[in-house]
Design a protein around this ligand. Structure first.
Ligand code: AMP
Length: 340
């Protein structure tokens, strides 16, 4: 085992299977590295959560829900979890193409209020909905669907979507019914803000409606110039009346079918909102749907999980061990410059 400074420099210090390539990002809950799996010569993304009290039930839920979706090609594949002296590490497939937010900014049409061309937006949307239906069939509501959590597998003109974050997910067969406000203000469904309890799956459909809106317009439906950007609570207060009234500007440059679908997804009453099954029968969704995707989820349900996938019990044991603090009680150590 190395010193605390070694692990500060490289969370994978001394690991025999994974070697750090570079930092990818800092998420809400920890750092993410790009690493090489020396056993397979494949690149993987590894998320590191500091050991200790922060590793709670929600972390276990995130990992187990992510693991359940392991066979879906439009969901970042869960590989395994392991412990280091400092972290709980979650190994995933690496999505090399960045996130959808960056993609939309880079590829949107130059006119204000116009986003991706409609066939491109539709191709992404089809994959997103099919991946989400798979989660919903397994009882999992994601509760944080947004462009930034939707990664892409490559930088080519029409890459594949990979849903990546299960940090707020809930499984209806295991967890209690959602009560807390979770998600990002711009994507939050009205009932999440207003009801004592809500159906996380219906709230996901609203968030996908917001995503579709951004894909075809390049702007957020309920945001206005002058809204707060730094404080989520203030931003939510400013947007609240617009969200509950579904007050958004209909994008007139897109087809009437696309406008219809947007209106049906951004319907404030969850009981009247379009269901995921109805979305998959909608004429806009069905247009140019690749034949293999039509029955993809049905086929995948019968697909065997990868050989050697860690069992639920193994994961529970590792996560439980991670609730104990790191090898160094005063982690993170201060460096010579006094900073992390
Ligand atoms: P998360 O904590 O899951 O929200 O991840 C934080 C950020 O790390 C994401 O916004 C991505 O930029 C990056 N990231 C997470 N997982 C992956 C992955 N599997 N492949 C590539 N980048 C990732």
């Amino acid at each position: 085992m190395g010193s605390a400074a070694d692990y500060l420099e490289d969370p994978l210090f001394g690991h025999t299977r994974y070697r750090k390539i570079k930092d990818l990002n800092e998420g809400t809950f920890g750092i993410v590295l790009l690493a090489l799996d020396v056993r397979t010569n494949e690149q993987v993304a590894i998320k590191f959560l500091e050991r200790g009290a922060g590793v709670n039930k929600s972390v276990l839920r995130e990992i187990l829900n992510h693991r359940l979706c392991v066979v879906h090609p439009n969901i970042v594949q869960f590989r395994e979890v392991f412990l280091t002296p400092v972290h709980l590490a979650i190994v995933m497939e690496y999505a090399a193409g960045g996130d959808m937010f960056e993609y939309v900014i880079k590829h949107k049409l130059p006119h204000h209020g116009q986003g991706l061309v409609e066939p491109s937006a539709r191709a992404f949307f089809q994959q997103l909905i099919i991946a989400l239906e798979f989660c919903h069939e397994l009882g999992i509501a994601n509760r944080d669907i947004k462009l930034e959590n939707t990664l892409l597998d490559a930088t080519q003109p029409q890459p594949n979507v990979k849903i990546c974050d299960f940090g707020y997910s809930k499984n209806e067969f295991v967890d209690s019914r959602p009560k807390t406000v979770s998600g990002t203000p711009d994507y939050i469904a009205p009932e999440v803000l207003m009801a004592d309890q809500y159906d996380g799956k219906k709230a996901d459909i609203w968030s996908c409606g917001v995503m579709l809106y951004v894909m075809v317009t390049g702007v957020l439906p309920f945001a206005k110039r002058g809204d707060d950007r730094g404080n989520n609570l203030i931003r939510l207060q400013q947007m609240f009346p617009r969200i509950v009234a579904a007050e958004f500007q209909q994008p007139l440059h897109v087809s009437p079918e696309c406008q219809h679908l947007l209106t049906r997804m951004l319907t404030p009453d969850p009981a009247l909102r379009i269901t995921i099954g109805e979305i998959m029968q909608h004429s806009w969704f069905l247009c140019n749907l690749p034949p293999h995707m039509q029955h993809l989820n049905y086929t995948l349900v019968q697909t065997l999980v990868p050989v050697g996938l860690q069992s639920v019990e193994e994961i529970e044991t590792i996560v439980h061990q991670a609730t104990r603090p790191s090898a160094w009680p005063n982690w993170p150590p201060t460096t010579a410059s006094g900073t992390r």
